[in-house]
Each structure stands twice: as structure tokens, then as C-alpha cells.
Ligand binder design. Sequence first.
Ligand code: NAI
Ligand code: MG
Length: 358
Amino acid sequence: STSKVHTIACIPGDGIGVDITEAAVQVLQKLSQTLGAFEFDFTTFDWSSEKYKERGWYMPEDGLEQLKKFDAIYFGAVGWPDVPDHISLWSLILPIRKALSQYVNVRPTRILRGTESPLMKCSRSDLDWIIIRENSEGEYSGQGGTTHENTPFATATEVSIFTQPAIERIMRFAFETAKSRPRKKLTMVTKSNAQRHGMVLWDKVFYQIKEEYPDVETDKMLVDAMTVRMVLHPQSLDTIVATNLHADILSDLAAALSGSIGIAPSSNLDPTRKNPSMFEPIHGSAPDIAGKGIANPVGAFWSAAEMVRWLGYGEAADGLMECIENVTGAGIKTKDLGGFEGTKRVTDAVCAEIEKTL
Ligand code: NAI
Ligand code: MG
């Protein structure tokens, strides 16, 4: 065939990460077969907490080198109750984001057709946001240590790192994103009243980069007040830029306000395209519902759509989103969205919709 082949590394990980990755692969296969313009060559890696308990490692020594050879990475979720979360996170997902220079995390939020916000007066058009999260440093830079461990004098530090170049590149990405959207509006979030060094630098760089984008309307929020604004005035927001920790928290709130954490996607991007980017739903391994066949696969499908878009097929990505919303719009939904269907039924319905409409 003449279609372009894209190599995809799949890391399903733990719990519902496995179910939703399988569902996403099924949908991506159906999309490529139906459209015929591109193909996916998937390679699955069994890097997970279960294997860690057997083998003592999450990723082999050359794991990051292996991943660099792919066009993109599709990730499920990592973490399981019998392994401390800081070990699973720092052994798999965080090293990938850092080593592959995926310094932007993009988290769009919308209320999909057929779903509703838990906010009583929030209509679908009131909530349409993109959160841009700094993904390489800040509060998750990993600097710090513990002395006098396991004694009454235990002392621990957790040092946030903010560098001018990293702030500049995330701000440029945020302004470009805001500029590409109809409202051309960017809200910058910090806590620079209480945290008076790193966050003050963050504010300063924001105003420097703003000079390059006179057509983007901006405002600045403290993170605590931002939670209030997201709940009370969702329609006043469009594009949002925040630090690693703040955007992590705000995007979970955003997902909940749009109906469920089970629909929310994320893209870990290396905008220079020197390394593959990674696509994953924002939720975790959900041990409470793992193995029950009820995980919502919509966040996984939306993440897959963003992967398709990043690989250069914007129209196919829009088509996939349309199919997903036709399915949610028809009431074919999992329990977290107030529906009655399982993962498989929703997945099959999206596949049928792709075949029918694309
Ligand atoms: P979680 O996102 O796994 O679950 C939070 C709640 O949302 C649970 O009640 C769960 O049932 C529900 N939920 C999540 N995804 C859902 C879906 N697709 N459909 C329906 N319901 C869904 O967060 P939690 O419980 O804090 O973490 C569980 C594990 O996942 C931990 O080990 C944590 O470290 C890990 N984790 C991993 C992430 C990653 O791999 N990027 C991100 C977040 C957490
Ligand atoms: Mg999170």
C-alpha cells in the first residue's frame, strides 16, 4: 500500500491502563483501516508494577533508547497499591517525560456531547479550556533529600527548580496555543505572593514573552483563586498556563468539572520533534475498578486522537472526536458518565461509528 506507516510504542502499564490501551489500539486500527492514509505499527512493552515485582525493574537499562526510535508513545497508566507511588512514577513515566524532553503537557477540557458538568448552570459552551502544564521541572524536578531518616529528627527537602529557558519555552507554547484559538485568551497561574522566588521569575518571564504576542489577551491568577474561578465562572477562561504541580491539580479539577476524569486526555510533547511525544489519558490505574471491564475508554480515545493530530492528520483526529461524541451523544456511556455500558461496548460503538461515518 502507499499509506505512511507510523511506529508506536505502547506501554499499557497497570490496572485499567491495560484495558484502555487495548481499547485505544482497537480504535486506532479501525481508524487507519477505514481512512487508508496512514498505518500504525504497534510494539507493546510490558513495563509495569506487576513485572517490577517479578524482575526488580520497570524499564530495562536501554529502555529510553528503545523508545527514542518510535514515532510516538501511547501510555496507559502506572501505579499499583503494593508498590509505593513515588517508585512507580519515578521509574517509568517521569524519566520518559524528562529524557525525551517532553517539556509541554497539553490537557484540553470540554463537555462532550451527551455528557454534563456537575456544575448546575454550566452548559457545554461555557467550558472549553486548554491547560498547558510545564512538564520538565518546577515542583517535580526531583531535587531534595532526607536526613535522619526513620528517626524522630527526620528532615526532608523537596526543592522546586524554575529556570529562565524552561519558563520561556512553556510560555511561548502557551501563547502560540492561545493565539491559535478563537478567543486568543491566556490566563497565567502562580502563587507568587507566597512563593517569592521561582514563581516571581515565572511571572516576570510571562510578561516578557507577552510582548511578542500583542494580539493575545492575558490575565494572571493565584492558584487558590483559580479553583474558585474555574467553578464559578468557567466561561471566563480559555487557555491556561501553570507550573507542573499546579496544572496537575487544576487539570484533575477541570476533568471533574467536564463530567469525569475518565474522559480527559493529555499529550506530553517535545515541540522540537527531536524525540517522540507521548499520549495518555490523565487518569491513573484506578485499582478500585480494575479488572471489572467498566473503565471509561473515552480519555484514551481522545488521547489517541491527539496522537493522530500530532503525527500530522488533523482531519482524521477531528473525525475521530466526532465519532466519539456521536457515541456519547447517543447515550452509549460508562457508569462514571451516568451510563450503563462497559469498556468493550463503548469501544465497539466507536469502531462502528468510524466505519459508518468516516
Ligand atoms: P485514578 O485516576 O486511578 O482514580 C481516581 C478515581 O477516578 C477512582 O475512583 C477511579 O475509579 C476513577 N477513574 C479513573 N479513571 C477512570 C476511568 N477511565 N473510568 C472510570 N473511572 C475512572 O487516581 P488514583 O486512585 O489517585 O491513583 C491510582 C494509581 O494510579 C496510583 O498508583 C497513582 O500513582 C497512579 N497514577 C498514575 C498516573 C499515570 O500513570 N500518569 C496518573 C495518576 C495516578
Ligand atoms: Mg494528575
